[in-house]
Design a protein around this ligand. Structure first.
Ligand code: M6R
Length: 603
C-alpha cells in the first residue's frame, strides 16, 4: 500500500526520493508525488499514475532540483478517487505532509477546522493532517505544531512532514511501518528498507507512538509518553542487487526461480544433518508449554492463509493436536473459543497486514501464547508475537506472493516436526526429506518453466478456470486460482475435487478449462482421474499437474516424483508459472496488478 520516503542531507533530494519511490512501487499504488524544501518555500509535484509519469511531469516543471530536503509518496487510494488532487503530498503554504494509513476521526477534525474557517480541498483524510499542523503553526514552532496535530489523530498512520522554515523532517508512527535510514551526514525515512538500501544498511525501526525529528546530523525520537528514547539501529544485510530484477523480466519470475534458495535459507541452519529441528533459540515460549500444546490456531490472509491450510494436516499428524486455520479479517470479529494450552500462530510475508495483526493483538490481550512466521525483519507482526520464526526468503517485491509461500511451508513443516520432537516423537526421517526440497524445487522449475509457458500461450484467451485437487492438492488448487485471478484478471475457482459434483460441475463446458492437481498416491489419483472423466464427458479441457501423466487429459505438466507429504513444495511451482505466463501473454502489469497492494496495512 502507500509508500513514504523522505530525505535530509547534502545530495539532491529529488534523485533520492524518486529512486526510493521506484523501490516502493511494488507495494501497489495509483498516484505519486514529491515535495522539496526550496529556500523558504515548498515546491510540490504530484500526479495520478506511476512514478514514471511523475518523473516526466518533474522534467517539464521548474522545480528546484538542487534542494536537499524533501518527502515523497506513492498513494493507494482509500479516501477519495485516484487523482492528481488526492495524490500526496498534501500541503499548505507552510507545510507538506505524506501519510500511510487511515485517520479514523478525520470528520471530527475537519469539523474543528471548519469552525476556524479552514476547508479541505481534496477528498482525502491526509489533507486534514496538513491543515491541522498549519493551524497550530499560528502560535507554535513546527516541531510543536506537528506534535500537537499528531496528538489529535485516531487510526493508523505513518507520517512525514516538512516545513518551509525548518531544515528537518518530522515523522510519526502508529500502526503503520516507518523506518529511519542512517548514514554519514544524511538521514532517510521510508515505509520500508528497500527504499533506502542503496544508501545504507543501518536502520532504526520506529515503534508505535514514536515521533521523530530528523535532520542530516541528528535524530531525536520521542516515545508514546513524550519521553526522548534511544532506539538502537539494526543492520539489514540485503544488497541492492537482492532487491532488483537480476536479469529477469519481472520480479515474479525471479522470485519463483529463487524458491530453491529461499527454502534453503529457511531450513539450512535449522535442521541438523541427522534431522533434528533446531528452533530452541527462536521459539522462546517455555518448553513445558510447547510439550503440552493442545491446539494450534493459525491466522493469516491470502497466500499466507493458504500456506497455513496446506500445512494443517502435516501439523496435525506430527504434533498430534487439532489445528484451526482462520482468515484474519473474519477472525478479528469472532469470539474464538481458545483451549487451555492453545498456541496462536500468525503468518505474514510483510509482517504488516492489518487483518492478521489485529487478531494477534487480540490473542495477546487474552494471554494466549503467540508465535509469528514472518518474512520482513522487524515488522510489526514479527515484533508483536512472543516468538517469531523468520522465513528468510529474502525480499519479495512482486505483489503476487510466491517464494514466501514455500518458505512459510518450510517453517510450518519444521514447526510440526519440532513440536513433535518436544512431545517425544522421532520425525528425523521426515526432516531429512525437507532438506532435499531445495534441489527438487530447482529441478521442478527447470522441468516446468517451458511447458507452462507453452500452455499459457494456448490458454490465455479463456476467461474462466476451475482448479481441483484432493488432500494436500486441495489448498494448492485455491492458491493456484488466487494466483491466476490476481495477475491475469481471469476468473478462477479452487475446489476440493470431490465437491465438483455438488455444484461447480455446472460450469464445465468447452469454454471453462480445469486445472487438476493430482499426486500419484492412491486412491486420490484414481479419484481425481474419475473427475477428469466427468469433465471430459462435458467437453471440458483439462490441464493435469502430476508426477503421473494420464491419457484422458488434454495436457499434463509433469513434475518430479516426490513423497506425498512434500508435494506442496513442488506442485505449487507450475501453478505459479502458469499464472505468470498467462498474465505475460495478456500483457498485464505482472508485478503490480491493478487494485492490489503488497502490504495491506489497512482493514
Ligand atoms: O504480507 P502477508 O503475507 O500478510 O499478505 C497476505 C495477503 O495480502 C497476500 O498473501 C496476498 O494474498 C498476495 N497478494 C497473494 O499473492
Amino acid at each position: 500500500m502507500c509508500g513514504i520516503v523522505g530525505y535530509c542531507g547534502k545530495q539532491e533530494a529529488l534523485k533520492v526520493l524518486l529512486s526510493g519511490l521506484q523501490a516502493l512501487e511494488y507495494r501497489g499504488y495509483d498516484s505519486a508525488g514529491i515535495s522539496l524544501k526550496s529556500g523558504n518555500t515548498i515546491e510540490t509535484v504530484k500526479t495520478k499514475g506511476k512514478v514514471i509519469d511523475l518523473i516526466t511531469l518533474i522534467a517539464n516543471s521548474s522545480i528546484n532540483t538542487q534542494a536537499s530536503i524533501g518527502i515523497g509518496h506513492t498513494r493507494w487510494a482509500t479516501h477519495g478517487i485516484p487523482s492528481s488532487e488526492n495524490a500526496h503530498p498534501h500541503f499548505t503554504e507552510r507545510v507538506s505532509v505524506v501519510h500511510n494509513g487511515i485517520i479514523e476521526n478525520y470528520r471530527e477534525l475537519e469539523a474543528l477546522l471548519n469552525q476556524n474557517g479552514i476547508k479541505r480541498k481534496t477528498q482525502t483524510d491526509t489533507e486534514i493532517i496538513a491543515l491541522l499542523i498549519d493551524f497550530f503553526l499560528k502560535d507554535k514552532p513546527f516541531e510543536e505544531a506537528f506534535k500537537e496535530a499528531v496528538k489529535l489523530l485516531k487510526g493508523s498512520f505513518a507520517i512525514a512532514a516538512i516545513s518551509k522554515d525548518e531544515n528537518f523532517i518530522m515523522a510519526a508512527k502508529h500502526e503503520s511501518p516507518l523506518v529511519i535510514g542512517l548514514s554519514k551526514n544524511q538521514t532517510f525515512i521510508a515505509s520500508d528498507v528497500s527504499a533506502m538500501i542503496e544508501h545504507t544498511n543501518s536502520f532504526i525501526f520506529l515503534e508505535d507512538g514514536d515521533i521523530a525529528k530528523i535532520s542530516n546530523e541528528k535524530i531525536v525520537i520521542w516515545d508514546k509518553n513524550g519521553k526522548i528514547v534511544n532506539r538502537q539501529p539494526t543492520t539489514i544485510n540485503w544488497s541492492k542487487q537482492t532487491a532488483q530484477k537480476g536479469g529477469y523480466k519481472h520480479f515474479m519470475l525471479k522470485e519463483i526461480a529463487e524458491e530453491d534458495e529461499a527454502v534453503r535459507n529457511t531450513i539450512q541452519s535449522r535442521i541438523s544433518e541427522d534431522g533434528r529441528i533446531l528452533l530452541d533459540d527462536e521459539i522462546t515460549i517455555d518448553e513445558k508449554f510447547i510439550k503440552n500444546i493442545d491446539r494450534i490456531t493459525i491466522v493469516a490472509c491470502g497466500t499466507s492463509f493458504y500456506a497455513g491450510l496446506t500445512a494443517k494436516p502435516i501439523l496435525e499428524k506430527y504434533t498430534g493436536v487439532k489445528v484451526d486455520v482462520e482468515i484474519g479479517s473474519e477472525f478479528r470479529y469472532y469470539d474464538y473459543p481458545y483451549s487451555k494450552n492453545n498456541l496462536f500462530v500468525a503468518i505474514s510475508q510483510s509482517g504488516e497486514t492489518a487483518d492478521t495483526k489485529e487478531p494477534l493483538r487480540m490473542a495477546k490481550n487474552k494471554g494466549i501464547k503467540t508465535l509469528s512466521i514472518v518474512n520482513v525483519k522487524e515488522s510489526a507482526i514479527a515484533r508483536m508475537a512472543d516468538s517469531c520464526i523468520y522465513t528468510l526468503a529474502g525480499p519479495e517485491i512482486s505483489v503476487a506472493s510466491t517464494k514466501a509461500f514455500v518458505s512459510q511451508l518450510a517453517v510450518l513443516y519444521m514447526l510440526a516436526f519440532y513440536i513433535g520432537q518436544k512431545k517425544g516423537k522421532d520425525n528425523t526421517e521426515r526432516s531429512r526429506i525437507l532438506l532435499s526440497m531445495p534441489k527438487l524445487i530447482k529441478e521442478t522449475f527447470n522441468a516446468t518453466n517451458q511447458t507452462t509457458k507453452e500452455l499459457a500461450e494456448t490458454y490465455h484467451r479463456y476467461r474462466n478456470f476451475l482448479y481441483l485437487g484432493r488432500g494436500l492438492c486441495y489448498p494448492l488448487a485455491l492458491e493456484g486460482a488466487l494466483k491466476l485471478k490476481e495477475i491475469s484478471y481471469i476468473h478462477a475457482e479452487g475446489y476440493p475435487a470431490g465437491e465438483m459434483k455438488h455444484g461447480p460441475i455446472a460450469l464445465i463446458d468447452e469454454n471453462t478449462p480445469t486445472v487438476v492437481i493430482a499426486h500419484q498416491k492412491e486412491p486420490l489419483y484414481s479419484k481425481s482421474l474419475s473427475n477428469c472423466e466427468e469433465i471430459k464427458s462435458r467437453d471440458g479441457k483439462i490441464i493435469l499437474i502430476s508426477d503421473k501423466p494420464a491419457s484422458i487429459v488434454d495436457q499434463t505438466i509433469e513434475v518430479p516424483i516426490v513423497d506425498y507429504e512434500f508435494l506442496p513444495f513442488i506442485y505449487v511451482i507450475p501453478l505459479q508459472l502458469f499464472a505468470y505466463y498467462m498474465a505475460l501473454f495478456l500483457g498485464y502489469d505482472i508485478d503490480q496488478p491493478r487494485n492490489l497492494a503488497k502490504s495491506v496495512t489497512v482493514e
